[in-house]
Ligand binder design. Structure first.
Ligand SMILES: NC(=O)c1ccc[n+]([C@@H]2O[C@H](COP(=O)([O-])OP(=O)(O)OC[C@H]3O[C@@H](n4cnc5c(N)ncnc54)[C@H](OP(=O)(O)O)[C@@H]3O)[C@@H](O)[C@H]2O)c1
Length: 391
């Protein structure tokens, strides 16, 4: 695993205030109050396919006590966003809502009682929903300072995908001591993060992907296995002899048991997703759906329990970034800061599949749900609404 010094001794990041743009200074002085300025955000009107995503113009939100209004620079696009749109993710809010798990932006207006954060400071946050917007108000405690000089699109990749990968490797305790790992969905957002962090940790890595992703997986130090034309369990045993120490499985369902068969005795499957709930039943077809947040979770629990009962000293362990963050918010903050430092030191380099303007959120989600995306799709706020333009 990681040398302790490499990942845990990263101290507080000093974040000098970047100079606010003139219009930001104007906003602070009440400049924007004179006209009711508006901003663009995306909403999910009801649960269903990509056509339920709509671009709307809305009044600029005002921060409440303890909140900061953030001008969003970039928002990540992830399968959990797509699953929330379909109503099948455990974190799906009631519709209508603005999707978007993670964002990087600039502190633009401070609510009463906020201190220790400066206007113009770059911050990262994982609000779980709400990031597909030009402006969002968030509690100050949710904001993590971003060191200056980083690309906002690269930085946003760290919040959901890299923290997930990092915590599965270091925090859950489940894969400590592992040396040989299998990463499913290895060319996707979380998969490429696992490969980059796994390489830093010195893992021997195997990664399932479709043929398109094979070269990306090799470039990141993994041995690709095409899941569409190979039985990965047989392939792992052929390549390794006795199997792997850990499998990272975002597919879920019966796939967790297949993953278990790829383990050595004493090994662990970390189950962290339910891609099956999206791809198995045509949920991306565009038909209106209902909010059904716990359907997948119940099946998931069944497989985890089964994994404990079966003989063979092989376990299936769940991981959830939002659960750990709720239980121990300081770990999320520490880990994101550690990762931002690794990015600053150029030890990691997120793969960005595409940068699309915010108003193309629908195309971005269609792209991701269709498959074949290498790395992460990022929405970029281009400042098209009046409030985003410098005066
Ligand atoms: N538990 C947590 O805290 C947590 C946090 C973040 C994400 N997640 C979960 O992680 C999963 C991945 O999210 P993401 O945003 O990284 O998605 P993504 O970028 O679309 O990556 C998913 C990858 O899985 C691959 N894939 C699909 N079916 C597969 C199969 N049967 N075998 C092997 N690979 C397969 C896809 O490859 P092709 O497109 O080439 O088919 C794609 O590269 C989602 O289920 C999400 O909910 C969980």
């Amino acid at each position: 695993m990681y040398a302790e010094t490499e990942v845990f001794t990263i101290g507080a990041v000093a974040v000098p205030n970047s100079l606010p743009a003139p219009w930001l200074l104007g906003a602070h002085a009440g400049f924007l109050e004179e006209s009711a300025v508006r901003h663009t955000r995306i909403i999910v009107t009801h649960y269903g396919g990509p056509d339920v995503l709509q671009v709307i113009e809305d009044e600029l939100p005002e921060p409440n006590h303890g909140e900061v209004r953030v001008r969003v620079l970039t928002a990540g696009v992830s399968l959990p966003d797509v699953m929330a749109r379909e109503g099948v993710h455990p974190e799906t809010p009631p519709a209508p809502f603005t999707p978007g798990w993670d964002l990087v932006g600039v502190a633009d207006r401070l609510g009463d009682g906020v201190s220790g954060i400066e206007l113009g400071q770059t911050v990262a946050a994982m609000p779980i929903h709400g990031a597909y917007a030009e402006y969002v108000c968030l509690p100050q405690r949710e904001l993590v300072p971003v060191p200056p000089g980083l690309d906002a699109a690269e930085a946003v990749c760290l919040i959901l995908n890299y923290v997930t990968a990092y915590q599965m490797m270091t925090r859950s305790g489940s894969v400590r001591g592992s040396r040989r790992v299998l990463i499913h969905g290895a060319s996707g957002g979380v998969g490429t993060a696992l490969l980059q962090l796994g390489r830093l940790a010195g893992f021997e890595m195997y990664g399932t992907c479709s043929a398109r992703g094979a070269s990306a997986v090799s470039d990141l130090g993994g041995i690709p296995i095409d899941y569409r034309d190979r039985d990965f369990v047989k392939e792992i045993h052929r390549l390794t002899g006795d199997g792997v120490d850990a499998v990272f499985d975002p597919i879920g369902g019966a796939h967790l048991w297949q993953s278990r068969k790829a383990l050595r005795p004493g090994g662990k499957v970390v189950g962290y997703g339910l891609i099956t709930s999206l791809r198995g039943e045509g949920l991306t077809s565009g038909r209106p759906g209902r909010r059904n947040r716990f359907r997948g979770a119940a099946i998931f629990a069944m497989y985890i329990a089964g994994g404990w009962l079966l003989p063979g000293r092989k376990r299936v362990i769940p991981y959830s970034i939002q659960t750990l963050k709720r239980l121990k918010p300081e770990l999320f903050r520490q880990d994101l800061i550690a990762l931002l430092n690794l990015l600053r030191e150029q030890k990691i380099k997120p793969l960005i599949a595409q940068r699309l303007p915010l108003i193309e959120a629908r195309q971005a989600q269609e792209l991701l749900a269709k498959g074949g995306v290498i790395g992460k799709v990022v929405l970029v706020c281009n400042g098209s609404s009046p409030a985003s333009r410098p005066s």
